[in-house]
Design a protein around this ligand. Structure first.
Ligand code: F3S
Length: 401
């Protein structure tokens, strides 16, 4: 791979050992994908996980003196103050989160702890070259905004943020952004929930870049967030197109670059029902808690819960996970107050796949997100999956109908 003088100097250590380490990784990625050269990025998002390997890598870079040239936004871990205050987290786990915080702070990251930066704090424009990790983020920036990012890992996105460059390959090139699977959606897409289920049809859709046709003319931001998140829970998708809706698929000709689709797939109501039956834990009708916000809930979603709960009392705890800025708006607007009056909480900076939830092991919750049900399984936490209103009703009665 051809490097500029500046990039070669980075690799040779003239910008410090940390930058050299990050550049070594970036050049190795470029060489393995036969990238001809590197290109500058203007944005990055790092899907930090607050787990051993992630922390080891971040602390190693920090100890070598690395600092981000392009300050990346970061994924949620958990809100230490909330979980400490509620006695829900061990000191050991809280310390790990603080170490993660200090490592990324030292590296110069933008400490957003939010997995939907693409609708709030880190929004690229059309054609902008970025390095985004996080399953719902990469397809959103590529597909909806028409920006360009490969499906980065947390580590490669961090190296890109440190060097300011990514190898020029994959989804950065026009020819790799064309659809190859035509997905006819015959299912009724009534609410944001059906987009969760459509995204979870990755097995049927198969690998490649799907082009969805047959979707409603109006699609909410939340539906698009759900679609990307679940596509990357059931499969691995850097981008998708929606015919006549997303910017690089205004026509079939544009979406497929004039070629015939390699495959055509039909998704029906029955497919969505089958997926729900496969992934929802139906063994237990009594539920112990309700959890929402995977991906992080927007202000509208959180407000909807507050309005539905208004003046009522929950039978089981209900947690809404969101960004710090949505939480702040909820506080100002009385949304948090309504949810807390009912017995629930709005929690910023937090993901369901974190050790702060270990104490829920063996319990069954309800959620509208298959991704929320998927990851916590390894902590022994089970979920019944329903649409949002049915979940709220279940939290009010303690039982799924
Ligand atoms: Fe976000 Fe964690 Fe879910 S990063 S999408 S809340 S698994």
């Amino acid at each position: 791979m051809k490097l500029t003088r500046e990039q070669q100097d980075m690799l040779d250590g003239k910008y410090g050992r940390g930058t050299a380490y990050a550049m070594k990784i970036e050049t190795a990625i470029g060489e393995s994908f036969d990238a001809p050269y590197m290109v500058p990025i203007t944005r990055a998002h790092v899907a930090l996980s607050n787990q051993d390997a992630d922390l080891w890598f971040a602390e190693k870079l920090l100890s070598l003196g690395a600092h981000c040239r392009v300050s990346p936004t970061v994924n949620p871990g958990f809100c230490v103050s909330f979980f400490r205050e509620h006695g829900m987290v061990s000191e050991e786990d809280a310390k790990m989160m603080m170490r993660t915080h200090n490592a990324y702070k030292g590296l110069g990251a933008t400490l957003t702890y939010n997995c939907t930066p693409y609708v709030g704090t880190n929004v690229p424009h059309f054609g902008e070259i970025c390095a985004f990790s996080e399953s719902s983020a990469t397809p959103f920036v590529n597909s909806v905004w028409g920006a360009r990012s490969n499906r980065e890992g947390a580590n490669s996105a961090l190296c890109a943020a440190i060097t300011g460059f990514v190898p020029y390959y994959g989804l950065l090139l026009d020819e790799n952004r064309k659809g190859n699977i035509l997905v006819h959606v015959e299912a009724d897409m009534k609410s944001d929930f059906e987009y969760h289920l459509l995204g979870y049809c990755g097995k049927k859709i198969g690998p490649g870049i799907p082009v969805f046709e047959g979707l409603p003319e109006q699609i909410s931001m939340e539906s698009l967030t759900n679609l990307g998140a679940q596509l990357n829970t059931s499969g691995a998708y850097g981008m998708y197109h929606i015919l006549g809706f997303t910017p690089e698929a205004q026509t079939l000709e544009q979406a497929f670059s004039g070629k015939k689709p390699e495959r055509e797939v039909v998704i029906t109501n029955q497919d969505l029902t089958d997926i729900l039956e496969e992934i929802s834990c139906e063994g237990n009708r009594k539920i112990d808690f309700a959890m929402f916000g995977c991906p992080h809930f927007t202000l509208d979603q959180t407000r909807h819960i507050a309005e539905r709960l208004d003046g009522k009392k929950l039978k089981v705890p209900l947690w809404v996970l969101t960004s710090y800025h949505v939480k702040e708006l909820c506080d100002r607007m009385g949304i948090t107050e309504k949810i807390e009056y009912a017995g629930g909480n709005v929690i910023p900076d937090t993901c369901p796949d974190q050790p702060c939830w270990n104490w829920l092991g063996g319990k069954t919750g309800v959620t509208e997100s298959p991704k929320c049900a998927y990851y916590p399984k390894r902590r022994g936490i089970n979920f019944v999956i329903r649409n949002l209103d049915s979940c709220i009703d279940a939290a009010l009665t303690g039982e799924v109908r």
